[in-house]
Design a protein around this ligand. Structure first.
Ligand SMILES: Cc1ncc(COP(=O)(O)O)c(C=O)c1O
Length: 446
């Protein structure tokens, strides 16, 4: 079976996510036979560098021997057992470790990212109800924010293309101005702009806190908005406002968690306005932390919402209905939890955050000619994420760039006129050089 065979069968049997299927006539999907580290290999033997970590999930490469070994071992023990009425070693060990790493000691599991969003929103709402404040039912998010595609998650998402069609099905939510530094006034620093946005959040809360359950946001980088990046002072200020106005803060780190933003969790970078030296634990910033994607190194669907003892206690009661009765069949899947434990082992054993800091500095250096290219605007970088906007990007730029990059061995999917890199952490100098060189050539030809 070659690429063409698989493409024919794909076209007849599959309905792809986030895709207008008719477009596949001109832009067929990449048939992947296998993965090797940061590389994808098709059925005809061509190799493609996975520059976006398979939708931001892969951390340590495809077919990673250490994660494979952990899964093989787990397969010999237990693959899955329902988590209502049962427990198992990987889910307990993972919850303990995540609790220590974040300061949020209660872990509730889901499957995909959107299910984590749903869990956090429902938990926040239910918390206020259990605390006799049932009027706190509204959710607030950021302009251009993205939190998933299920109806609750889409209600707090602000991406018109995904949301507008389903508007009649969604709950109303309020969007605060995005602290995306590209929106700053000329001469205004990213920090000053972030704090100006926080002032707008305060104005909103001073009016509406009584009916607001929670604010949900993507810490530091709004991924689906086109890798919009913002100053960490926003997080600390928002935390202070949430304390002052008695509103929950939900940190959606589905995309930026597990080292993607440069620290294990992005909330650790929250900095007091113009302050020095304070270090934050996630629990100093968030009431709820949503994790998925990289949690299993890109192997298996798993999501997790971590929260505080304070929230947990509001549900702990003799009355069943005061408990959090949400569930998914695959909640806390043993194989997925075991993969997640292997991922945490790799972080620890390989000092991944420090190694990534060096890789990140080197790739940024290699991208200097890209950043200086006359078509490039707003070159930006946070941790292991790089992005830039292409000036005067014509309609269809994203698809055209994707295809030309693929022909040169890069798997990359621009968002509108924004090109970004989110590579697996196992990239080395040759892969970084390839990404920088091919991108420059493609820009020259654009
Ligand atoms: C910040 C954020 N939240 C939520 C989601 C939804 O996750 P999933 O696609 O696993 O449902 C994503 C996915 O890209 C995301 O980036």
């Amino acid at each position: 079976m070659c690429n063409a065979d698989w493409l024919f069968r794909t076209q007849t049997a599959l309905w792809h996510p986030c895709t207008q299927m008719k477009h596949l006539e001109r832009m067929p999907p990449l048939p992947s036979e296998r993965g090797e580290g940061p590389w994808l290999v098709d059925f005809d033997g061509h190799r493609y560098l996975d520059c976006i970590s398979s939708w931001w999930v892969n951390l340590f490469g495809h077919a990673n021997p250490r994660i494979n070994a952990a899964l093989v071992d787990q397969l010999g023990k237990i693959e899955h057992v329902m988590l209502a009425g049962c427990t198992h070693a990987p889910v307990v060990a993972l919850s303990e470790r995540l609790g220590k790493l974040t300061g949020l000691g209660h872990a509730f599991y889901g499957s995909d990212g959107a299910s984590a969003t749903e869990i956090a929103l429902k938990m926040s709402f239910h918390y206020w109800r259990n605390r006799d404040r049932p009027q706190k039912t509204h959710f607030v998010s950021l302009q251009n924010g993205y939190h998933g595609e299920t109806l609750g998650a889409l209600s707090v998402t602000d991406v018109a293309l995904f949301k507008d069609t389903y508007a009649p099905l969604l709950r109303q939510s309020h969007q605060l101005p995005s602290p995306d530094w590209r929106l700053a006034e000329p001469g205004e620093t990213s920090e000053a702009y972030a704090l100006r946005c926080a002032d707008r959040a305060e104005a909103f809360l001073s009016e509406c806190a009584d009916s607001t359950a929670a604010i949900i946001l993507e810490p530091l980088v709004q991924g689906a908005a086109g890798m919009a990046m913002y100053h960490p002072a926003y997080l600390a200020r928002l935390r202070a406002l949430c304390d002052e106005y008695d509103v929950h803060l939900i940190a959606d780190e589905l995309a930026v968690g597990f080292g993607r933003a440069g620290t294990l969790f992005a909330c650790e970078q929250a900095s007091p306005p113009r302050g020095e030296g304070a270090t934050f634990q996630v629990s100093d910033v968030a009431d709820f932390l949503c994790l998925s994607k990289g949690i299993t190194g890109g192997y298996l669907p798993l999501s997790c919402v971590l929260t505080t003892g304070h929230v947990y206690e509001a549900f702990y009661d003799d009355a069943t209905a005061r408990g959090f009765l949400h569930s998914h069949s695959y909640t806390g899947n043993a194989l997925a939890c075991r993969a997640a434990l292997a991922v945490l082992d790799i972080f620890q054993q390989d000092d991944v955050i420090a190694v990534n800091r060096r890789k990140s500095a080197r790739f940024t250096e290699l991208l200097t000619p890209v950043a200086d290219h006359p078509r490039v605007r707003n070159f930006r970088h946070t941790g292991m994420i790089w992005a830039f906007d292409v000036d005067r990007a014509p309609p269809g730029f994203s698809r055209d760039f994707h295809q030309r990059a693929l022909a040169r061995g890069l798997f990359i999917r621009p968002i509108g006129g924004t090109v970004y890199f989110m590579p697996p952490y196992v990239i080395e100098e040759p892969e970084m050089s390839l990404m920088a060189r091919v991108t420059l050539e493609l820009l020259d030809q654009s």
